[in-house]
Design a protein around this ligand. Structure first.
Ligand SMILES: [Zn+2]
Length: 271
C-alpha cells in the first residue's frame, strides 16, 4: 500500500542496483538534461542533525537510535534512501521505484560522524546541503544551541563515501529579503566554493528556512542548478521540491502516516 505512493511502482530490493558512488557522468553546470521528465513529486525526507537530543527548541535533532529505526523502517518496506541527484536521475529514466530522497540541511558535523556511518551500513545515500560561508564553523544564524558544521575534510570524506554535496547558500539568509546582487552571490559563490571542495559538479540547492518566492526559484534555475528542495511549496516543481520534516518523535506509525500524507497531498502534482 505505502509502496504505491513511492515512485508509483514496485520497490527495488535494498542493496541491489545502483552504486552509491558515481555511476553517472557529471552534468556540466548550467546545462539541463534533455531526458528530464515531469512526474509525481517523489517522497523526500528532510533532516538536519543526528545527535543525542539535549536542548533542541527547533526540533532539528534526531537521536542516532531513532535515526537507525527510521532507516530500518524504510528498509523493511523495501525502500531505499538515496540522494536527490540519484533520485531525480532515476525518475527521469522512469525507474524511481522504491526510492526515497534523504536530505540533511545545514551540513552539521554530525552528518559526517553519525549519519553517514549509519547510511553506509544500510546501503543508503543522501544529499547534504552545506552553508558554504560557514564551513568548519557553527550555526551562527540560529538562536538555538550552537552546533559545529562540517570542515572541508569532512565534506570531502562524505562525498568520497558516496553522499551528494549540494548548496544551502553562503550565509543561511532568507533569500526573499536579499537584493539582486546578493541573491546571485548566495547562489553562484556557494556553488563554486563547494565544487572546488568536492572537485565535481554541485547541481542541487535547498532554500534556507524553506523561504522561496517565484523570484528566488527563477534565480536558482538561472544560476544553473538542476533542482532545488523546498519544504511546502505553493507550487511544486523541479526547483521547488516538497519535503517531509522528520524528527525525533517520528517512530514507525508516524513515518507511515507521513508517507500516506505525502501521497494525498502531492499525488497530483507534477515536478
Ligand atoms: Zn538550513
Amino acid at each position: 500500500m505505502d509502496r504505491s505512493l513511492v515512485g508509483g511502482l514496485a520497490p527495488t530490493p535494498p542493496g541491489t542496483g545502483r552504486s552509491l558512488v558515481g555511476g553517472r557522468p557529471p552534468t556540466p553546470p548550467g546545462t539541463t538534461r534533455s531526458a528530464e521528465t515531469a512526474g509525481p513529486a517523489p517522497w523526500v525526507l528532510m533532516y538536519h542533525s543526528v545527535d543525542h537530543v539535549r536542548e533542541d527548541p527547533h526540533r532539528v535533532t534526531v537521536s542516532p537510535q531513532r535515526f537507525e529505526g527510521q532507516l530500518a523502517w524504510l528498509r523493511d518496506r523495501g525502500l531505499r534512501g538515496v540522494g536527490m541527484a540519484e533520485l531525480l536521475e532515476a525518475r527521469d529514466a522512469g525507474d524511481a521505484r522504491g526510492l526515497v530522497g534523504l536530505t540533511f540541511d545545514d551540513g552539521y558535523a554530525d552528518f559526517a560522524t553519525r549519519a553517514v556511518p549509519a547510511l553506509v551500513r544500510f546501503g543508503f545515500g543522501a544529499t547534504v546541503f552545506v552553508v558554504s560561508g560557514r564551513i568548519g564553523s557553527y550555526n551562527a544564524w540560529d538562536d538555538g544551541p550552537r552546533k559545529p558544521l562540517m570542515t572541508v575534510d569532512q565534506i570531502r570524506a562524505v562525498a568520497a563515501a558516496g553522499m551528494e554535496v549540494a548548496s544551502h547558500g553562503r550565509h543561511h539568509v532568507s533569500l526573499p529579503g536579499t537584493g539582486g546582487c546578493e541573491l546571485r552571490e548566495e547562489l553562484e559563490e556557494s556553488r563554486s566554493t563547494l565544487e572546488d571542495i568536492v572537485e565535481g559538479p554541485v547541481t542541487g540547492f535547498a532554500y534556507p528556512y524553506g523561504h522561496a518566492t517565484g523570484r528566488e526559484i527563477e534565480a536558482v534555475r538561472a544560476a544553473g542548478y538542476d533542482y532545488a528542495c523546498d519544504i511546502g511549496p505553493a507550487e511544486p516543481g523541479r526547483h521547488a521540491l516538497p519535503r517531509a520534516y522528520i524528527g525525533e518523535r517520528d517512530r514507525r506509525l508516524r513515518m507511515r502516516a507521513k508517507l500516506a500524507r505525502h501521497g494525498l497531498r502531492w499525488r497530483r502534482s507534477r515536478v
